[in-house]
Each structure stands twice: as structure tokens, then as C-alpha cells.
Design a protein around this ligand. Sequence first.
Ligand SMILES: O=C(O)CCC(=O)C(=O)O
Length: 287
Amino acid sequence: MQNPYTPPDQTDLVIEDLNIGEVVDSIREQGYAVVKDFLSQPAIATIRSAFNTEVPITEMRAIGTETGRTWRAHNLLAKTRAADAVFLDPRLRAVVEGVIGKYNQINVTTLFNTLPGETKQLLHQDDGLWPIPRPHPPFLCNALIAFDDFTKDNGATHLVPYSHKWTHPVDQATESIQIEMQSGSVVFWEGGMWHAGGANVTANQERMGLFISHQVSYLRPQEIQLLAIPPEVVRSMPHKLQRLVGYHTFGIGVDGRDPIDVLGDGVVVHPDARPAHHWRRRYKEDA
Ligand SMILES: O=C(O)CCC(=O)C(=O)O
């Protein structure tokens, strides 16, 4: 029997003119892929406006930086519905499925704003949080969508191609490439890829991006979606998004019930369950 976590073959899959097989192959082989014009400018403008008004943002030190020039907002699905369509975009869904398999869920959702004066981050691997010996199959698939143009000067992401297959830690001086891309484009990378946010050496150009990380559904997410998004907010989400934030059965579900039904009625006890003395009595009566 095939392992259900094995990603499907998407060689011939094309969605909205995007050759999913090529993107997935590139992520699996070289560790990353860039898709130009993934979001249209009107879509970017709408989401940006919602992010500016609905989503509080705060200073958060990025890995290896001390300047306070990185602003972030985490847990976006709890705060706005403006980007739901991005999470459900069939191209994103297919790429994630191609890299880590169909049983996947959301790991982290973040707005990154790298401000002028920010320094380069340390090279790191996002999947290093889970202490799984390398080499291992891909279990994390990341996407960073450019809201501003990403340039070498304003902090375009550094990637070390092919490093997702390495089993040794890298030296911080390891050569990297910077992913320059225009607003609306996306860079995907496999979770084992060594990468770093770049330095923003401009005087006045912010570098805003939407980061979406997915993982296999049997791992604990870095940002616990089940806790971070209040149930009343989850109830207002599209059904597919509810599944993606963790309301999926895992083994037996919740007392045999689908977690989405439990979300709906709050009942966490199986309808046939009774206190033990009830069953003992029945058992004795039957004997
Ligand atoms: O902002 C980027 O380009 C990458 C950010 C990143 O890897 C991080 O903050 O951990």
C-alpha cells in the first residue's frame, strides 16, 4: 500500500497557466521556485489595505538581527478574512500538496516588513525546529509573496540552492543568491533550505511580504492554529480553511466525531456515551 503521505505525481498538472509539476520539481530539486505575478496588483492592493487597517503589527527581532527594524504580524487568519482566497488558491494548494503531500496544514502565517536599516538575518532552516534526523522527506513547504518589489537593496531573501538536501549545518559565510522579484510574485522553498532575510540598505523602501508556511498534518505547528484562532473565528471561515487550520480527523477524531462537527455544536462526548454504571447495569441485565 502506498504511504498516504507520499506526494502525488503532478507532472502534467496545469492550473491557471501555471505548470504545477515544474514548480514542484524545482522546489524538490533545487529547494525553491519563483512564480511571477502570482497575485494581481488589485489583489495585492485589497489585501494590503486590509492588513494596514485590520492587522496590528509589532516590532519583532528576526533571527540574528538586533536593530528592531523588522515589523511583523503573526496569526493572520485570526485577524482578517482578506487573504482567505490566497490560502485557498488552487495553485498554492497544488504546489504544497506536490511538495509535502495531501495531508497538510497551515504552520505559520506572517506579515514580514523589513524596514530600511535592517541587517541580514542569520542563515537558518525553518524545519530545524523539529529535531528529525536528516536526510528526511520534505515536511515543510514555505511561500513568501512579495507585496513590495523585493530587491537586493531592500532585503530580498537569501537562499542557498540545493542546501535542503545537505545533512550538515552551513557556515554563515556560505554563498547565497538573493531572490529579486516584483510585487505579486512568490518564492516557494522547501523547509530544509538554508535561507535568510536580506539587509535593507535603502533609505526609505520598505519590503513587505506575506509568509505562509505549510507542514504535514501530523506535526505540531509552530504557531498552534487550533489555539491561536478562537473557535468563533474559525466558524466564520470557509470549510476548506477550517480543515487547513487543524480541524481534520487524526486517527479517531474527537470521541469518534469529526472536529468540524464538534466546532459546530461544541459537543465533545459521543452521543451514545453514558456513565460506566449505566453500561454495567445493562451488561448485567443482558447476562
Ligand atoms: O524575510 C525573509 O526574506 C525571510 C524571513 C525569514 O526567514 C525569517 O524571518 O525567519
